[in-house]
Design a protein around this ligand. Structure first.
Ligand code: FPP
Length: 253
């Protein structure tokens, strides 16, 4: 299936979102409420990730994209950042066999140069080992920022189309899309953010233009199948118009 831009082609309505994007917020608060170090919340957050991957697989979601570490998260205390890096490494090492068996294709998107060489190597290896899988496309956004993504795509498009320097008005969405890091996937149908905040926080800012946005107060470590089903039920109740009117949606165009 070719990736689509919802501004160019409208996906057929489906009960189960084809692509779900998640900001997993509230790990720190979950831990603090229990008088635990914030890092304990991240460790529990990994369990919630495993539950979500299983649940999305059994419900027929095709693409699941998780915001694990933003470009801005480097500003956190050094011990929390290094614990998160260790957690990514351990999780990759422990889970890769299972992901491969489950038919999950893993990708990591973001500016990976900033990560230590061992982690970069694990990521490349995991991507390679799962590259034949098609059951669920699991993408982890790490050292990712939506503005960074648009800029890096723009730079690549300018290199590929040097004629744009003299004809900037010739730059089109179609020229940029192949260079966005999520070019392989359709745009998200459903965005979920846990932890009570209602913002996008520089996640997939280009791709979320027409996505249904779902916010829940639940902290990420508590997010489970029941909450996922509640989000899907809410999604089913939405009327996706992509700029058209309700009447247009019921009539063939
Ligand atoms: C936001 O909670 C969460 C993060 C910055 C890290 C997310 C990481 C995980 C869930 C674990 C690792 C994931 C993978 C894919 C291996 P927060 O710390 O901002 O919580 P707070 O808002 O309560 O402080």
């Amino acid at each position: 299936m070719p990736p689509s831009s919802t501004t160019l082609s409208i996906p057929s309505p489906s009960d189960v979102p084809r692509h779900v994007a998640v900001i997993m917020d509230g790990n720190g608060r979950w831990a603090t409420q229990r008088y635990l170090p914030r890092t304990a919340g991240h460790a529990r957050g990994v369990q919630a990730v495993r539950r979500l991957v299983e649940a999305c697989g059994t419900r027929g979601v095709q693409y699941l994209t998780l915001f694990a570490f933003s470009s801005e998260n480097w500003r956190r205390p050094a011990d929390e950042v290094s614990m998160l890096m260790r957690l990514f490494i351990q999780t990759l090492e422990k889970q890769i066999d299972r992901l491969e068996e489950q038919g999950v294709r893993l990708r990591v998107v973001g500016d990976l140069d900033a990560f230590e060489p061992h982690l970069q190597h694990l990521i490349l290896d995991a991507q390679e080992r799962t590259s034949h899988n098609t059951a669920l496309h699991l993408t982890i956004a790490a050292n990712y920022g939506g503005r960074w993504d648009i800029l890096q795509a723009m730079r690549q498009a300018l290199v590929a189309h040097p004629e744009l320097a003299d004809k900037p008005h010739a730059l089109s969405e179609a020229m940029l899309l192949p260079y966005l890091t999520m070019a392989f996937a359709p745009e998200p149908d459903l965005f979920i953010r846990t932890g009570g905040e209602q913002r996008i926080s520089n996640f997939l800012i280009w791709q979320l233009a027409y996505t249904e946005l779902y916010f829940t107060d639940e902290y990420w470590p508590d997010f489970n199948e029941k909450q996922l089903d509640a989000a899907f039920e809410w999604y089913r109740s939405r009327e996706r118009r992509f700029g058209r009117t309700s009447a247009q949606l019921t009539k063939p165009s």
